[in-house]
Design a protein around this ligand. Structure first.
Ligand code: SF4
Ligand code: SF4
Length: 207
């Protein structure tokens, strides 16, 4: 019968031989030295180094905007440049942020006059629900993405003051020299009235 000392010696000897075999295998295989994960990482790193940059030097270079991109809401004029809004208020009701406010007055002859089409760009999440709700295809999501301003008052628009009301205002703010005095914020109805005095409103009367 095998004694305890002989049994311990036999098990220890087998264990030592197993560890030596594993060590021999590791010494003979370079993949085992580093692991395949390191080689995979090196391959990805080299591929990205050779591919070149995929970013552009904004604002000197600008990427082409996808057709379905959505930025600020703007009027969609007809062929004559007039807006197509009838003041039905469907967009105002559809807006989940409650940032569209359209003031409509009805004349004695039951014709509608849109006094104000107020849009608060600073609170718009650009979901496009107002555009989808419009039954007259009168508004659209613009592609002008350079909309950041340092004065929140400049993010309030009356889109009906002019068909392209938002564009000139944004361009004027963007082209203003650094440090130049900003125009004082004007309440939307007053701004609309001031604009209307300068230039008669196009297409505001709807029967
Ligand atoms: S895009 Fe969405 S959040 Fe912005 S005005 Fe239209 S409905 Fe409101
Ligand atoms: S923009 Fe369209 S949905 Fe909104 S009030 Fe004008 S016609 Fe109606």
């Amino acid at each position: 019968m095998e004694g305890l000392a002989a049994r311990v010696d036999r098990v220890g000897h087998a264990d030592r031989r197993r560890r030596e075999a594993v060590a021999d295998g590791v010494r003979g295989c370079p993949m085992s030295w580093f692991g395949s994960g390191i080689l995979t990482g090196l391959r990805i790193t080299m591929r990205n180094m050779l591919r070149g940059p995929i970013t552009v030097q904004y604002p000197h270079e600008k990427l082409e905007i996808p057709e379905r991109a959505r930025w600020a809401v703007e009027m969609k004029p007809d062929e004559d440049g007039n807006h197509k809004c009838t003041g039905c208020l469907a967009c105002e009701k559809a807006c989940p942020d409650f940032i569209i406010k359209i003031d409509v007055t009805t004349a004695e002859d039951r014709s509608k006059h849109i006094d104000r089409w107020h849009y608060e760009l600073g609170a718009c999440m650009m979901c496009g629900l107002c555009v989808e709700a419009c039954p007259f295809d009168a508004i659209r999501m613009g592609h002008d993405y350079e909309l950041a301003r340092t004065d929140v008052a400049e993010l309030q628009y009356d889109l009906l003051t002019d068909v392209a009301a938002a564009q000139p205002k944004r361009k004027a703010a963007a082209e203003r020299p650094a440090g130049a005095e900003r125009p004082a914020p004007v309440a939307a109805p007053e701004a609309a009235a001031a604009e209307a005095e300068v230039e008669p409103q196009k297409g505001g009367e709807q029967s």
